[in-house]
Ligand binder design. Structure first.
Ligand SMILES: Cc1cc2nc3c(=O)[nH]c(=O)nc-3n(C[C@H](O)[C@H](O)[C@H](O)COP(=O)(O)O)c2cc1C
Length: 304
């Protein structure tokens, strides 16, 4: 059975990619995930300078997923390039996607160039973090700025550029702009802006008050975003948001995703999650007499 996906000239085997922000601070942790069957890796989102992130608590566990307001903590690009080089030497055949965030075009270019120079095969632009003022989602909500960032990064690195979009606003409109600006793929979606309140203390739980919701609970939102974007753009879509089982992965493919990113599922199903999901995909496909993922991608659009 063919459980691989060719996207952006890269082979993801299986089409499961570690999402940014989960187990991706060190080369060792990313290698471990690859050893457990992940077909690709996205690094932690990295900025120009080291950044501590938001005050604690930064994560709240909910019944249907996680709420986080990490605030993009990272060691800065100079320091992170060591991890990247190390990772490249450890996982030679697995595509590495460098995730970057910035508040202006020049910084995005610099970060993207350093990612490629130090071993990334492609760059993911984090245009969608819902809890970092001046970064992330505020870039995608300014369509002119987003256009400039994507266009200039694409011109400067000449490698695949992925635009990671937020599930807020008109995502199909944003995806169209990203495609016209030169993005090679759309990643749908980042976390959903959300919060938790403690009744006893009468106050928001997260240090930052507002955070991003991920995991099972956001799967219908991610699916809807992929479905709408598939109807709007011709470039590949990478689905992300609550993918926890093989069935979830195949549903995202029916909506139009060519590959999937996994984050929160790893917390609930362990580091072996990619192997488990791959086995579940294979057995579901066998049951339905399907031998190739191409028979599935986008098919939910034809059956209306
Ligand atoms: C603890 C945590 C940290 C995250 N950090 C980042 C990040 O640095 N950059 C980014 O683009 N997305 C980040 N995300 C969002 C994930 O990459 C993903 O888009 C989101 O969690 C939805 O996928 P999931 O439901 O499979 O986790 C983070 C998510 C979590 C839970």
């Amino acid at each position: 059975m063919e459980l691989n996906s060719e996207v952006l000239g890269l082979t993801f085997q299986p089409p499961l990619i570690l999402a940014s922000g989960i187990l991706d601070q060190t080369a060792e942790s990313m290698e471990r995930v690859v050893q457990e069957g992940m077909g690709g890796v996205v690094t932690k989102s990295i900025g120009i300078e080291p950044r501590e992130g938001h005050p604690n608590p930064t994560v709240v566990e909910l019944e249907t997923g996680l709420l986080n307001a990490m605030g993009l903590p990272n060691p800065g690009i100079e320091c992170y390039t060591k991890e990247l080089k190390e990772l490249k030497s450890r996982v030679k055949d697995t595509p590495i996607i460098g995730s970057v965030f910035a508040s202006n075009t020049e910084d995005f270019i610099l970060l993207a160039e350093k990612m490629i120079l130090n071993g990334a095969d492609a760059v993911e632009l984090n245009l969608s973090c819902p809890h970092a003022e001046g970064y992330g989602a505020s870039i995608a909500s300014d369509l002119e700025l987003m256009d400039e960032v994507i266009h200039e990064v694409k011109n400067s690195i000449n490698r695949p550029v992925l635009a990671k979009l937020p599930p807020s606003g008109e995502i199909d409109e944003k995806a169209k702009v990203a495609e016209e600006s030169g993005a090679d793929a759309i990643v749908c979606v980042n976390t959903v802006r959300a919060m938790a309140i403690n009744f006893e203390t009468r106050s928001p739980i997260l240090g930052n008050r507002i955070g991003g919701y991920s995991g099972k609970g956001i799967k219908p939102i991610g699916l809807r975003c992929v479905y709408e974007v598939y109807e709007t753009v011709d470039i590949p879509i990478i689905g992300c948001g609550g993918v926890t089982t093989g069935r979830d992965a195949l549903e995202y493919m029916l909506a139009g995703a060519s590959a999937l990113q996994l984050g929160t599922a790893i917390k609930y199903r362990g580091v072996e999650t990619p192997k488990k999901i791959t086995d579940e995909m294979a057995s579901l496909m066998k049951k339905e007499d399907l031998s190739n993922l191409k028979e599935i991608i986008g098919k939910a659009h034809q059956l209306r």
